[in-house]
Ligand binder design. Structure first.
Ligand SMILES: N[C@@H](CCC(=O)N[C@@H](CS)C(=O)NCC(=O)O)C(=O)O
Length: 138
C-alpha cells in the first residue's frame, strides 16, 4: 500500500505517462524513505529502452558519501536506472544490506539482478574489465 508520504514521488511519472511522454530511466529512480524503509511499493517495474531487458540495479547509500556519489554517477552516465536505498538513518534497509552483503559494512553496496557487485571500487573495476555493460544490458 502506498502511503501519502510517498505519493508525490509517483506523480511526476504518472503525469508524464498521462501526457503520452516517454519516461526516461533516470526519472524512474526513486529513493527509499530512510525513516520507514518503504521503497518497493513505489519502485517502477523493468523497462526496456533498447529492446533488452532492464536489469534491476539497487544501491545502498548514505547522505554525503563520495563513493556513493561516484558509483551513482557511473550508473547515470551509462543510463542505467537504479533504486537507491538511503540508509543514512540506519533502519531495516541497513540490516537488509548487511544480510545481502555479509561482512560489508560500508556504503555503497551495489546489486544487479540480486548479484552482489560490491562497493564503488568494485563497480569501477568491473567496468574497467568490461564486465559491467553486459550486466546492464548495454
Ligand atoms: N572502498 C569502498 C569505500 C567505501 C567507504 O569507505 N564508504 C564510507 C562512506 S563514504 C563508509 O561506508 N564508511 C562507514 C560508514 O559510514 O558506516 C568503496 O569503494 O565502496
Amino acid at each position: 500500500m502506498l502511503s501519502n508520504l510517498h505519493k508525490d514521488l509517483l506523480e511526476p511519472i504518472t503525469a508524464l505517462r498521462q501526457a503520452g511522454l516517454p519516461v526516461k530511466p533516470d526519472l524512474r529512480r526513486l529513493t527509499s524513505c530512510a525513516m520507514c524503509g518503504g521503497q518497493r511499493e513505489f519502485q517502477e517495474g523493468p523497462m526496456s529502452e533498447n529492446g533488452k531487458p532492464q536489469p534491476r540495479v539497487e544501491i545502498y547509500t548514505k547522505w554525503g558519501c563520495p563513493y556513493c556519489f561516484r558509483a551513482k554517477a557511473l550508473l547515470e552516465e551509462k543510463g542505467a536506472a537504479f533504486t537507491e536505498y538511503d540508509i543514512t538513518m540506519g533502519g531495516p534497509k541497513r540490516q537488509e544490506m548487511l544480510d545481502r552483503a555479509p561482512g560489508r559494512t560500508t556504503v555503497p553496496q551495489i546489486f544487479i539482478d540480486d548479484r552482489h557487485i560490491g562497493g564503488c571500487d568494485d563497480l569501477m573495476a568491473l567496468d574497467a574489465q568490461g564486465g559491467l555493460d553486459p550486466l546492464l544490458g548495454l
